[in-house]
Design a binder for this molecule. Structure first.
Ligand code: SF4
Length: 100
C-alpha cells in the first residue's frame, strides 16, 4: 500500500503546513508521541529555539515550548503533511480504518 505523499517542494510543503496549522485541527487518527529527534525543527533551517537536552545526546527540546507556534504545536497535523521519517507519530490506524 503506497503512502500518500505531498507533491510540493520542501519549501512549498513548509508553507502549506504553516497555513493549514492556522485553520485545521490535528487529524483525530494520529497516535504516538514525539521522540525528540528534532528532525522537524531542523527542516530547511535550524530553529533558533532548538536545544539539545543535557545528558541526552541526539535528543532535543524547544526553548519556547509553552508559546511555540501552531505549526510546531500541531506537527505532524496529518499523514499527508508528515515530512519526516522516522517520527514517533503515526497515522496507520486511521488509514486502516478508512480502508474498511
Ligand atoms: S520528527 Fe516527529 S519525533 Fe522527531 S521531533 Fe518532529 S515530531 Fe518529534
Amino acid at each position: 500500500m503506497g503512502r500518500e505523499q505531498m507533491s510540493l517542494s520542501p519549501f512549498g510543503g513548509k508553507i502549506l503546513r504553516f497555513a493549514t496549522s492556522l485553520v485545521l485541527p490535528v487529524d483525530r487518527g494520529r497516535t504516538g508521541e514525539c521522540l525528540r529527534c528534532g528532525a522537524c525543527c531542523r527542516f530547511l533551517f535550524d530553529c533558533p529555539f532548538l536545544r539539545e537536552i543535557e545528558g541526552h545526546p541526539g535528543q532535543y527540546r524547544c526553548a519556547v515550548y509553552p508559546i511555540r507556534p501552531l505549526q510546531c504545536r500541531k506537527y505532524p497535523r496529518s499523514r499527508r503533511e508528515q515530512a519526516h521519517q522516522p517520527c514517533g507519530f503515526s497515522f496507520e490506524q486511521l488509514e486502516a480504518a478508512r480502508r474498511t
